[in-house]
Design a protein around this ligand. Structure first.
Ligand SMILES: C[S@@+](CC[C@H](N)C(=O)[O-])C[C@H]1O[C@@H](n2cnc3c(N)ncnc32)[C@H](O)[C@@H]1O
Length: 191
């Protein structure tokens, strides 16, 4: 029998990401990609004309991701190993979608990384966030004291606008789970 992760990587991940708003040919930044549970399906959705930048500070996770990419025949993923969490080595306004999934709880300087994400996103482009480990969902580390509404407020303060909040079946670590996905659009002017 197939595991949750095998099912997710084979088909359900692609369906999820299309529902989120990812389209063929887009440029994606998967920030805090880990071993690639979202990177692999998003690379399949954007296809050969698209590109996925996979950013993580953990080089072992990136190696594992690239092995999976190779075994799946995916050539559109570029790993970026960053030690410096406050800087993303991409050009201004060059990205269509940023995935920020299950990573916010690691960060205590979230505003700086949100500013970097805003810089690399095209005008009006999509920031999709899965804020796991907040106060009401297995609280951990820097999100343990924050509810979902606090997370939304913090991201909106960084000049994003919440467009859609949906409760979805998704993959967390290696298993299916349910959680809120927050889709923000970049505001074109700074407040
Ligand atoms: C729990 S994993 C989530 C992986 C993937 N996004 C997912 O949802 O399956 C969080 C990842 O974020 C990475 N990470 C945390 N803080 C980071 C930072 N400041 N810069 C780059 N990567 C970071 C960690 O190394 C880890 O691989």
């Amino acid at each position: 029998m197939k595991t949750d992760l095998e099912k997710w990587l084979a088909s359900e991940g692609k369906i999820f990401l299309k529902e989120i708003g990812v389209e063929k040919g887009q440029v994606i930044l998967d920030f805090g990609c880990g071993v690639g549970h979202y990177t692999i399906p998003v690379a399949k959705v954007v296809g050969k004309e698209g590109k996925v930048y996979a950013v993580d500070k953990d080089s072992e996770a990136l190696n594992q991701l690239m092995q999976t990419a190779k075994s799946e025949g995916l050539k559109n993923i570029e790993p970026i190993n960053t030690q410096e969490e406050l800087k993303i080595e991409l050009k201004d306004e060059s990205v269509d979608v940023v995935l920020l999934y299950d990573v916010l709880h690691y960060m205590d300087q979230r505003r700086k990384i949100l500013d970097e994400i805003r810089r690399v996103l095209k005008p009006g482009a999509l920031l999709s966030v899965y804020p796991k480990h907040h106060k009401f969902d297995d609280p951990l580390w820097t999100l343990a004291h924050m509810g979902l509404e606090d997370v939304i407020r913090e991201i909106e303060k960084a000049d994003f606008h919440l467009e859609k909040k949906s409760f979805k079946k998704l993959i967390h670590d290696d298993n299916y789970d349910k959680g809120y996905i927050l889709n923000f659009k970049k505001r074109n002017t700074r407040s």
